[in-house]
Design a protein around this ligand. Structure first.
Ligand SMILES: Cc1cc2nc3c(=O)[nH]c(=O)nc-3n(C[C@H](O)[C@H](O)[C@H](O)COP(=O)(O)OP(=O)(O)OC[C@H]3O[C@@H](n4cnc5c(N)ncnc54)[C@H](O)[C@@H]3O)c2cc1C
Length: 388
């Protein structure tokens, strides 16, 4: 087990997960603590724009940053490993390769995993929509289908933010060819269930004239090689099924005793401290706040900063501070047909808002990876070329 070395008397903070929340926490901490960031992946992935891989508007390299560079530049130690258990009582975590790492405080920021809700065939027959690799693979499959002579059917499961942004990208790239017939299935009462009803109407007004079919209010019960079956009894022909339907908590939370009885996410106090173990703070999608928030990157970053501050305070014996989320409008891209800005019950639609969404991407990527080094500067230049 890695303990404190005689030459290093600093308190140890472990950050598990180098996504939006984990990296925001890492950037807030300095060398007064011995900080280790552990993640199973080599790259940070900008998930809010992965839909653009379906049309080729972005390439995988545009949406990835090397985790090691981001972590070491902040002055911290980077470990690449899959964490299989966090012992919040003993202050130790275990990795899949058998390594054990000790900590005085731990920030858990592991996000979520794809959820097919036990729908028959969905794990094997539907393509997940949860990572850069997933969406790059969907983009290739769409291109192969569009090249075929006969009309092909694509079914998007899930009419939430991800499903609608995926639809927009498919229409951006393939609507002129007319060889793909697209359906969207949403089990809720309307598209984008958490957003104002006006958004549902706006999306339909743009998509229905292009031949898109919406099946609302009936969940999917099975996915086969060539069909998507709904509870209503309807069977949709499908040459490609894209599963944007859901996200659930990482099994690591359950295996580490961090979850409650009612939720698979990790319950936290208003200060983002685990209700189970005082040494553990939880940030980002993994956290179940007393007042739930949408699982969004902006909130994940805010939580990461708050968890880092509170871990530092807790280690110093000072009072922690409650997490206060700032207001956040949502930008929903619909390919090159439109972009929607949603704030409360208000929806503003304009294709020009796409530039705002792109600016959020560019500026936040530059915040995560400040262009001080030649490689980061090259990355920023490449991204800006895409903007103009
Ligand atoms: C398709 C899609 C579209 C989205 N669009 C938007 C949007 O438009 N706007 C918005 O605000 N949000 C959007 N989101 C949500 C946003 O991406 C998430 O809220 C955000 O990524 C959560 O950040 P996080 O740090 O909690 O988790 P993540 O960013 O998922 O990071 C988790 C990290 O933990 C690592 N990890 C996980 N388990 C382990 C383990 N056991 N051991 C080691 N490492 C581990 C992972 O490798 C990953 O690097 C979208 C999400 C998706 C999937």
């Amino acid at each position: 087990m890695r303990g404190r070395t005689p030459s290093d008397s600093r308190l140890r903070i472990m950050i598990v997960g180098a996504g939006f929340a984990g990296l925001a926490a890492a950037r807030c901490l300095d060398r007064r603590h011995a900080v280790t960031v552990i993640d199973r992946s080599v790259s940070f992935e900008w998930l809010p724009n992965i839909h653009e891989l379906l049309s080729g508007a972005k390439r995988p390299a545009d949406l990835r940053l090397p985790t090691r560079r981001l972590v070491t530049r902040a002055g911290h130690r980077h470990v690449r490993a899959e964490v299989t258990r966090i012992d919040g009582r003993a202050g130790q975590l275990t990795a899949a390769d058998g390594r054990e790492l000790a900590f005085d405080a731990c920030i858990v920021a592991v996000g979520g995993v794809n959820d097919t809700y036990g729908v028959r065939g969905a794990d094997r027959r539907a393509m997940p929509f949860k990572s850069v690799a997933d969406c790059a693979a969907i983009g290739r499959r769409l291109a192969a289908l569009a090249r075929q002579r006969e009309e092909r059917s694509v079914v998007i499961v899930g009419g939430g933010l991800e499903g609608i942004e995926a639809l927009g990208e498919i229409l951006r790239r393939f609507r002129a060819r007319g060889s793909l017939r697209v359906s969207v299935v949403e089990s809720g009462p309307r598209l984008l269930p958490g957003a104002p009803p006006a958004l549902d109407a706006s999306v339909r007004a743009r998509a229905v004239p292009l031949g898109v079919r919406f099946c609302i209010g009936s969940p999917v019960v099975a996915v086969t090689r060539s069909r998507v079956e709904l509870r209503s009894g309807e069977k949709l022909q499908s040459d490609l099924t894209i599963w944007t339907g859901g996200v659930t908590a990482s099994p690591l939370l359950r295996d580490s005793g961090l979850v409650g009885k009612r939720s698979s996410w990790a319950p936290v106090t208003p200060a983002l401290q685990s209700t189970r173990f005082g040494k553990v703070f939880v940030a980002g999608d993994a956290a179940a706040l007393p007042d739930p928030l949408p699982k969004q990157a902006y909130f994940a970053m805010q939580m990461g900063r708050c968890a880092a501050d509170n871990a530092r305070r807790w280690l110093a014996g000072r009072p922690t501070r409650p997490f206060r989320p700032g207001p956040k409008p949502m930008l929903v891209a619909f390919g090159n047909l439109d972009t929607f800005l949603v704030r409360g019950r208000t929806v503003i639609a304009s294709p020009k808002l796409a530039l705002l969404k792109e600016a959020v991407f560019q500026f936040t990527m530059a915040e995560i990876d400040p262009p001080l080094e030649p490689s980061a500067l090259r990355g920023l230049k490449a991204r800006l070329r895409g903007l103009y």
